[in-house]
Design a binder for this molecule. Structure first.
Ligand code: GDP
Length: 296
């Protein structure tokens, strides 16, 4: 991931640093290439526009000031704007609320939602020493409920016993009650996914949200789907008020567009990234590290 973009940007920027003085025209020409490289990496057009415009303003200012190393100044400006575009700091899951804290997991089917739920639970238990209860609300797909129960066992986290015939809201309420009685710190609610966005999915998730008042609503999206992942996030956010994004399949060979535009388009932070099928393949998202990786 990011390899293609990284190669292109390094090429463009080292062309600038090799020269001594720079003119405004040099900056404009380089930024045209940067713009093309970002678009080829599948970054959203509006984000590319905003980014190149900001870099241009600052870079032209730096060139006009006749700094001694104008090329390096431009590289620094690109780096800083890249970090700003990705969202300045790594933000983690917020559990700062009275227990049991509900975390609502939403996303399309196949995005990696159930796997990610188990990964996060494992992390909350192992790193944050929290007692976590998992519950699947996917009443239409018994296999999905089973899958969460199996994953829960694998990560040694408790899951709510499956009771046939209950609605998603009923299960969610039962999970909250069980957590209160059982002294759990966190309840993770794995909502039903669908192949495509639909109203029934949103309405059900909204109902669960109203019934459980979750402190975090985490949208799981597949990085390999590029701008579709960004559009999905925007739709979920408009309807459900997403608090953070988990981008999965960052181990795959996506061009990076979803990771690069998600924050700027949705205004919501990428909190974690999935980097494989295994339950420990979950990492924090650090904008400055990503920028470093891209700019080499
Ligand atoms: P859901 O339908 O959204 O609940 O998706 P699942 O959790 O069932 O995941 C679908 C498939 O994607 C499974 O085979 C997972 O192992 C796989 N998967 C989930 N996250 C990742 C990831 O970060 N990287 C890779 N390579 N595979 C993942």
């Amino acid at each position: 991931m990011f390899e293609g973009l990284s190669d292109r940007l390094s090429g463009i920027l080292s062309g600038l640093t090799r020269r001594g003085a720079l003119t405004e025209a040099d900056v404009t020409a380089a930024l045209r290439e940067v713009r093309r490289a970002l678009l080829e990496a599948d970054v959203a057009l509006e984000v590319v526009r905003g980014f190149t415009e900001k870099v241009r303003e600052k870079a032209v200012g730096a060139v006009v000031l006749k700094s001694v190393t104008p090329g390096q100044m431009v590289v620094k400006i690109v780096n800083d704007e890249l970090v700003a575009m990705l969202g300045s700091d790594a933000s983690v899951i917020d559990l700062n609320a009275p227990a049991p804290v509900a975390i609502l997991m939403v996303g399309l089917q196949g995005s990696g939602k159930t796997t990610t739920t188990a990964k996060i639970a494992r992390r909350l238990v192992a790193r944050d020493k929290r007692r976590v209860l998992l519950a699947s609300l996917d009443t239409r797909r018994p296999a999905a409920m089973e899958q969460l129960a199996i994953l829960a066992k694998q990560v040694e986290v408790e899951s709510l016993p499956i009771v046939a015939g209950q609605s998603a809201v009923q299960i969610a309420r039962r999970a909250m009650d069980a957590a209160r009685l059982g002294g759990f710190d966190v309840v993770m609610l794995d909502t039903a996914g669908r192949i495509t966005l639909d109203e029934a999915l949103m309405a059900e998730a909204a109902e669960v949200k109203a019934a459980t008042n979750p402190h975090e609503v985490l949208l799981v999206a597949d990085a390999l789907t590029g701008q579709d992942a960004v559009n999905t996030a925007r739709a979920f956010d408009e309807r459900l008020g997403v608090t953070g994004i988990v981008l999965t399949r960052m181990d795959g060979d996506s061009r990076g567009g979803a990771a690069l535009s998600m924050r700027a388009v949705t205004g919501k932070p990428i909190k974690l990234v999935g980097t494989g099928e295994k339950v420990d393949a979950l990492e924090e998202f650090h904008p400055s590290r990503v920028a470093n990786r891209i700019l080499g």
